[in-house]
Design a protein around this ligand. Structure first.
Ligand SMILES: [Zn+2]
Length: 389
């Protein structure tokens, strides 16, 4: 009997909220919504179409999405038909979103309300999805907001710490999140208040400036607050949108900070599992007891790569250290395909392990359930019940 994960629920440990489109999407707009690119792809003048070619600029994950949605809508697998049917159904955006979430059996989402800005309403997003919503509280918007109103560095730091403490007291907030990999990189230096203070004026002038010492200092405060509250520090690792400081985005840069004795009890969640340095992330979670990773973004956006990645990351990662995620950020189809593609790919990998006699059917099934939701429940423990419904 082939192992199947079809009936298994999924908790998406990293995704973003969105709202419905007011007007139906054109093909171009729809493909753009599916892209991580900062600069939208424009079809150049006099572009030469090849017969049967996929839509210009689209890649493998978009190709898979069209095929799977066509099956779901029972239509021809063309972008035109899929977008037409999708637009019809999404006229009732809440109904459409809930239907996709139900079909994929998504029972909860850890949501990063730090993107898009200004933040969307938590209650409304929970109502849109019809599932449990937890929040990770992003530190960078707090830094920006406080810097705008606070000329004094010491006051800024006091208020920043206080705001993190207060946020972590909320039941639905399971941790803090940092996108320092988008600003100055992951090579975090030890806390240095003097150097941080020296960069504060520059940060006030330009809140997107690298100001590395200041950002590192603020990340340490976030780590301390997570330690104190026994909540989880989420750190963006690996690729992201086109802004990322790619040469400093590999999770290996975090090692010095993570190995620091001070943080030995701090729970850290490596968001996106460091893709494409997924083996580094897998190694790191294998040596540090309180560090975890998710497979969001690489799943589903690496398309057929998901199968390879799932096989590869378990070369080192312990089975109880990896969590399912999607990084969906514009449309519910991303959450939906995330689960279906993950299951499709993980089933192939797990069945291969059974055939190779590395494990029996029941163990493989247990691993599937662990990654899909049980590891989340285990890592987040008593915070799970704080969800907004
Ligand atoms: Zn994200």
């Amino acid at each position: 009997m082939k192992l199947s994960l079809k009936d298994c629920q999924a908790i998406d440990v990293h995704a973003h909220p969105y709202v419905g489109n007011l007007k139906p999407y054109s093909l171009d707009e729809y493909v753009r919504k599916l892209s991580l690119a900062v600069i939208p792809n424009q079809i150049p003048d006099h572009y030469q179409w090849v017969k049967n070619q996929p839509y210009p600029g689209s890649n493998m994950w978009v190709q898979i999405l069209i095929r799977r949605l066509a099956k779901y809508f029972s239509c021809e697998p063309t972008l035109e038909e899929v977008v037409t049917l999708r637009n019809e159904r999404a006229a009732d955006f809440r109904g459409f979103t809930r239907e996709l979430f139900r079909d994929a059996n998504i029972t909860g989402v850890v949501t990063d309300f730090g993107y898009p800005q200004p933040p969307l309403s938590k209650k409304e997003y929970a109502d849109l999805c019809g599932t449990r919503i937890w929040e990770v509280y992003r530190i960078e918007p707090v830094m920006v907001r406080l810097a705008e109103s606070t000329p004094d560095f010491v006051e800024f730091i006091d208020q920043y710490r206080e705001e993190l403490t207060q946020a972590l007291r909320k039941d639905e907030v399971v941790g803090l999140k940092s996108i320092i990999a988008y600003r100055s990189g992951l090579d975090i230096t030890p806390m240095n208040e003097k150097l941080a203070a020296e960069e504060y004026e520059e940060f006030r002038r330009n809140t997107r400036a690298p100001v590395k010492d200041l950002r590192d200092y603020c990340l340490h405060i976030a780590m301390e607050e997570c330690t104190e509250s026994n909540k989880v520090m989420h750190i963006h690792t690996g690729v992201g949108d086109g802004e990322v400081v790619l040469p400093k985005a590999s999770p290996s840069f975090l090692l010095d900070m993570l190995r620091n004795k001070k943080y030995e009890n701090t729970k850290v969640h490596l968001v996106h599992g460091g893709y494409p340095w997924v083996e580094e992330a897998a190694f790191i979670v294998s040596i540090l007891p309180n560090v975890y990773m998710d497979i969001s973004l690489q799943n589903p956006f690496s398309g057929h790569g998901v199968k390879r990645i799932l096989s590869q990351l378990f070369e080192f990662a312990p089975f109880d250290k990896v969590m399912y995620g999607s990084d969906a950020f514009t449309v519910p189809e991303m959450n939906w395909l995330g689960v279906h593609l993950f299951k499709e790919c993980f089933e192939v990998v797990l069945n291969d392990w059974i055939e190779s006699d590395y494990m029996d059917h029941d163990t493989a099934r247990a691993i599937g359930e662990m990654v899909l939701y049980k590891n989340f429940e285990n890592v987040y423990q008593e915070h799970v019940k704080g969800a907004i419904v």
